[in-house]
Design a binder for this molecule. Structure first.
Ligand SMILES: [Zn+2]
Ligand SMILES: [Zn+2]
Length: 410
């Protein structure tokens, strides 16, 4: 069948607009709008037949003359994104099933190979109109906002892309979990146990950093992605722990991160602090979460019976550089698979004595359980300091002083 014979067949379906006619050949030739393609094909068809020209009139059986409404849709987008700071956008279209089925029927009836879908033309045409109205650019890969045209309900839904900020945090107070925990009793609904907050703990590092961040960017919420986590009773000091903060649905995007840093540090009141803030991207969340660098801890330990001479020193020497076999500790066994892992003690040093307790610094491979390295966890960790000493020993306090493997300012 020739091209113009195909046009004749298409016109038999019913009255069709130039957009929908041209779009059936949307991937043929370049530098034309579908409307121009459709108009030219219609003219050529009647010239070929040498019959009086009949233009589009009435209502298009595929789109219902949707494209006449492009300027109005563009204005809806501008209204829906009012009050949101963005420099790039992307248009998406939710097409009613009947509309999509209509054009797909023509594609398959006539075996058309070069058709374009209605939604791509709508996205492009409304995108051009929004660009003209706002001076902002469409961006297919990393738009600041996505505007979804819901054709059936004549509304525009706006999705604001999250912002990502890298930094390092320190935690100066014990008893603060890294992230928000739902109350165990009510699972977040609120009950007497949690004083109707729905939370296990009043604050978390995530909330202490996230509250000022949320206000700063007029966002919905902020989610912390940490390079590993410290126990709730451990402090995080020294060089701090790398993290990426995901700012969800921010109405503001441009920011001076040093003033954000100052704001967080004043609002978190010395309980938590942040440093080295810089812009990040979604890709870095995965990198941060799969982080496998070593960690350095400062621990205060208690040994049940008195130690003589260099008993502790030689036990420490015996652990230096050793690969420890650790079965999943009892205290986390309820939420981790029960496995035996091998982790290396890269370094361990005696720092000093404090009122009958001993201060040590331990550097371990990612995943080394420090409390169990000291206590032995009833034989689940071997060797352990307690095993070598032949005396019960345990960690009283634990601070993370260094999380290695990240370069700030990348
Ligand atoms: Zn149409
Ligand atoms: Zn509760």
């Amino acid at each position: 069948m020739s091209l113009l014979e195909e046009i004749g067949r298409i016109l038999e379906y019913g009255d069709i607009c130039d957009h929908c006619l041209g779009r059936l050949y949307g991937r043929r030739s370049f530098g034309l709008t579908n409307e121009a393609r459709g108009s030219a094909l219609r003219v050529a068809y009647f010239l070929d037949l040498n019959q009086p020209f009949q233009g589009h009139k009435g209502s298009c059986w595929i789109c219902g003359d949707l494209f006449a409404g492009v300027p109005e849709w563009a204005e809806r987008v501008v209204r829906a994104t009012g009050g949101i700071e963005y420099s790039t956008f992307l248009i998406g279209t939710r097409v009613p099933p009947l509309m999509a089925e209509s054009e797909e029927m023509v594609w398959s009836d006539l075996c058309l190979q070069d058709a374009e879908a209605l939604k791509s033309e709508m996205n492009r045409e409304v995108g051009k109109a929004v660009s003209d109205l706002t001076g902002r650019e469409a961006d297919l890969s990393h738009p600041d906002v996505v505007a979804i045209l819901d054709l059936q309900h004549a509304v525009v839904e706006v999705q604001i892309s999250p912002l990502f900020i890298y930094g390092r945090y320190k935690k100066f107070e014990r008893g603060i979990p890294q992230t928000h925990w739902d109350c165990r009793v009510c699972r977040g609904a609120g009950c007497e146990r949690c004083n109707f907050t729905g939370k296990m703990y009043q604050d978390s590092v995530e909330e202490l950093i996230g509250r000022p961040v949320t206000g700063f960017f007029e966002a919905e919420t902020a989610v912390l992605h940490g390079a590993g986590r410290e126990d709730i009773d451990a402090r995080m000091v020294g060089t701090g722990r790398p993290f990426v903060m995901e700012v969800v649905s921010p109405k503001k995007r441009s920011a001076d991160l040093s003033s954000l840093e100052a704001l967080i540090n004043s609002e978190a009141e010395g309980r938590v602090s942040v440093s080295s803030l810089r812009w990040s991207r979604r890709d870095e969340v995965e990198i941060i979460k799969s982080h496998k660098g070593y960690k350095k801890y400062r621990i205060l330990i208690e040994v049940e019976s008195p130690l003589s001479g260099n008993e502790l020193q030689s036990a420490i020497e015996a652990l230096k550089g050793v690969k420890v076999e650790q079965r999943t500790p009892q205290r986390v066994a309820h939420r981790r698979a029960d496995l035996v892992r091998e982790r290396k003690v890269l370094d361990i040093e005696f720092i000093g004595e404090e009122q009958g307790r001993y201060l040590l610094e331990v550097t371990g491979e990612a995943g080394l359980y420090i409390k169990e390295l000291v206590s032995g966890d009833n034989g689940r960790t071997r060797p352990s300091l307690a095993e070598i000493l032949g005396k019960p020993a345990q960690v009283c306090t634990l601070d993370v002083v260094q999380v290695e493997g990240f370069t700030d300012g990348e």
